[in-house]
Design a protein around this ligand. Structure first.
Ligand code: UDX
Ligand code: ADP
Length: 469
């Protein structure tokens, strides 16, 4: 079959995979190929067990795979074939050098640009999909401009706003599609081309076009504003626990004001995910770079509040359990950074587990989508907790595939991800099997406090009044 257009996406991760699957589904005349350096990842995309869990994703992939959607490690030949190349690779926070701990490392983006420049034989539109520091497009454009073949590359910024767990819905019905490009005729033509791809299923009123830098900065600002809402309500949760106010009632009361709105006011043990912290740190770095120290400090506070929320939760757990968790079995319900995903990047659960491990608690972790191997990677990568830094790691962490087994004989349950199944557990059965007093610490406000207290549990939930010690 011949296609009208060919798209290649570099990076088959949480963003590249679902985004390209939805483009392929809505544009049968476009050939879409997702490439990655990681052959295991590509094999998984070509198998019955996709590398990421996302509701609805499997159906979309299976409906297009082999027709107009392909996954491949033939990076160079696929780039050569493409009219539009998306860059959707990971840009983790730098751990070393200038901007360490703040700036995003764009080496993967730069590498992609170098590969494109090397293998292209025709003009191409290069689209930044990865969240990148402002003016990355400039770096990409300069690398591309160094090609000695006289080719012309247009660089566009088209940040992704999907949230994990609802990615397919977000992609099918985006609140907006943002496309930034140069104000030159070439830039405007490239924008028009990309607009025409999205126009296959997105109403044109929802496609926003801007200059390159506004587009790049908007992504950081959107995530900073969202994270700020979570930190704001979390700061109030601490006050609620001390005063007798109830954070859910406050969310409802303030969220009814249309100027505030009801969404993203769910108090929690802390936000996680690959974007919020990284993007705010990027914003902070950007402000600092321009000498805007007050602005930097303002946004940095959102992260500090999140760190405080995570450590506050563990401290309260330990203090309620008679100031010691040593040797106690604690059932950890949920490890993913939110429900409906197996993603663990920056998950608050890992921070709570680390702090409990330092107390030498025995943790039995249950998460319907996260495997032990992934938990260990997260501990090591984000928290530097591994068998060298914590020789008892293998002993302190047991991973369970049965939630009731995780709770059997436990002194406490900590709910750290808001999986729906945690609402409907047989808590009578769980209570009978636990050590007494049986504690429940709900970091997500998913359990029915009243019912659990009637069963006999001592329940402490985030942002709900905690009785005085
Ligand atoms: C976020 C943005 O929402 C998305 O637009 C962007 O493209 C990527 O970053 P994501 O990180 O996938 O998406 O999930 P999101 O739903 O935003 O949740 C982030 C974290 O905040 C999670 O840990 C979640 O549990 C937490 N959260 C969210 C709360 O604690 N309370 C809330 O009310 C909302
Ligand atoms: P995101 O959440 O932004 O999608 P992921 O880490 O899930 O991030 O995915 C990024 C993917 O990009 C990984 O599968 C990684 O192997 C891939 N990748 C990184 N650098 C390159 C590159 N130069 N060429 C192709 N793929 C790359």
């Amino acid at each position: 079959m011949s296609f009208d257009l060919s798209i290649c996406c570099m990076g088959a991760g949480y963003v590249g995979g679902p985004t390209m699957a939805v483009i392929a589904k809505n544009c049968p005349n476009i050939r879409v190929c997702v490439v990655d350096l990681n052959a295991k990842q590509i094999d998984a995309w070509n198998s019955a067990e996709l590398p990421i869990y996302e509701p609805g994703l499997k159906e979309v992939v299976e409906s297009c795979r082999g027709k107009n959607l392909f996954f491949s490690t033939s990076i160079e030949s696929e780039i050569a074939l493409a009219d539009i190349v998306f860059i959707s690779v990971n840009t983790p926070t730098k751990t070393q050098g200038i901007g360490a701990g703040r700036a995003a490392n764009i080496k993967n983006c730069e590498l992609c640009a170098r590969t494109i420049a090397k293998v292209a034989t025709t003009n191409k539109i290069v689209v930044e999909k990865s969240t990148v520091p402002v003016r990355t497009a400039d770096a990409v454009r300069r690398v591309l401009a160094c090609n000695d073949k006289g080719l012309e590359f247009q660089v566009l910024s088209n940040p992704e706003f999907l949230a994990e767990g609802t990615a397919i819905d977000d992609l099918e019905k985006p609140s907006r599609v943002l496309i930034g490009g140069e104000e030159t005729p070439g830039g405007q033509a490239a924008i028009a081309k990309l607009v025409s791809v999205y126009a296959n299923w997105v109403p044109s009123s929802q496609i926003i076009t801007t200059n390159l830098w506004s587009s790049e900065l908007s992504k950081l600002v959107a995530n900073a504003f969202l994270a700020q809402r979570v930190s704001s309500i979390n700061s109030i949760s601490a006050l609620c626990e001390s005063t007798g106010a109830d954070v859910s009632e406050i969310s409802r009361a303030i969220g009814s004001d249309p100027r505030i709105g009801p969404r993203f006011l769910q108090s929690s043990v802390g936000f996680g995910g690959s974007c919020f912290q990284k993007d705010i740190l990027n914003l902070v770095y950007l402000c600092e770079t321009f000498g805007l120290d007050e602005c930097a400090e303002y946004w940095h506070q959102v992260i500090k509040m999140n760190d405080y929320q995570k450590s506050r939760f563990t401290q309260k757990m330990v203090s309620r359990m008679f100031n010691t968790a040593t040797g106690k079995k604690i059932a950890i319900l949920g490890f993913a950074f939110k429900k409906d995903t197996g993603d663990t990047r920056e998950t608050a659960s890992a921070f709570v587990c680390r702090d409990l491990m330092q107390e030498k608690a025995r943790l039995h972790v249950y998460d319907p989508q996260v495997k032990r191997e992934q938990m260990m990677i997260e501990f090591d990568y984000t928290l530097n907790v591994n068998t060298t830094t914590e020789p008892d790691l293998e002993k302190l962490i047991t991973t369970e595939t049965d939630v009731y087994k995780a709770c059997e004989g436990a002194h406490a349950i900590a709910v750290l991800t808001e999986w729906d199944e945690f609402k409907g557990l047989d808590y009578e059965r769980i209570y009978k099997g636990m050590s007494k007093p049986a504690f429940v610490f709900d970091g997500r406000n998913v359990v029915d406090i009243k019912t659990l207290r009637e069963i006999g549990f001592e329940v402490y939930a985030i942002g709900k009044p905690w009785p005085k010690e």
